[in-house]
Design a protein around this ligand. Structure first.
Ligand code: MN
Length: 227
């Protein structure tokens, strides 16, 4: 049994996030960059033990090129699912934990965006939950990912230049401020709820009965003959 990873569909129309994130940005970001990581991953895992693993398993067990491409697929799935053009609001459970661990929603926004603005070079900023149920803010270079520290991801922001350079040029803080207004708090809240329902999220945050991470649906399980 070999898994062929396929590019997820955007959960919104490609012009839905305008004027904050343009159709052109999404055409490149999803249609070229995200798609490129999928294609590279499928080529690299062919004929290896990674070909039989789901995406999260590949992320936590691989290194080098396979890790870079698998994590970039996972991270982009997460990033695109974490945005919505319609206004959403965080659940009471999420607000309570943000208040407890960051002081307030405003304080969380400030530290998250400040961390994202200050991340040197390309990378990702995450809100995650650790094994004890505490919220943690993490930033990683390149393809970095909270699954590696056994944390369950709730929200991520892509600060690679390809995420904002067409629309904002070098003005990363402007992109971040607009991105904040697009955060899909339903998705973030659902991820938190899922964590409290099953404490195994970091191995495979998506199970068959969950609609929280549709990427499982985008992984095509294909029987390959040996010919
Ligand atoms: Mn990206």
């Amino acid at each position: 049994m070999m898994m062929t990873h396929t590019l997820m569909n955007l959960p919104f129309h490609d012009n839905a996030l305008e004027p904050h994130i343009s159709k052109e940005t999404l055409e490149y970001h999803h249609g070229k960059h995200h798609a490129g990581y999928i294609n590279n991953l499928n080529k690299l895992i062919e004929g290896t033990t990674y070909a039989d693993m789901n995406l999260a398993e590949v992320v936590v067990t691989s290194e080098g090129g396979i890790f870079n491409n698998a994590a970039q697929v996972y991270n982009h799935n997460f990033y695109f699912k974490g945005m919505k053009s319609e206004t959403t609001t965080p659940s009471k459970q999420l607000v309570d934990l943000l208040n407890r661990d960051f002081g307030s929603m405003e304080a969380f926004k400030e530290v998250f965006l400040k961390t994202a603005a200050g991340l040197f070079g390309a990378g990702w900023v995450w809100l995650s939950v650790d094994g004890s149920g505490s919220l943690v803010l993490e930033s990683f270079s390149n393809a970095g990912n909270p699954l590696l520290s056994a944390h369950t991801p709730l929200l991520t922001c892509d600060v690679w230049e390809h995420a904002y350079y067409i629309d904002y040029r070098n003005a990363r803080p402007e992109y971040l401020e607009k991105w904040w207004g697009l955060v899909n708090w339903d998705f973030v809240s659902q991820n938190l709820e899922f964590f409290f329902e099953s404490r195994h999220g970091f191995i495979d945050p998506c199970n068959e009965n969950s609609d929280l991470c549709d990427y499982v649906d985008s992984v095509e399980r294909t029987e390959h003959s040996n010919t």
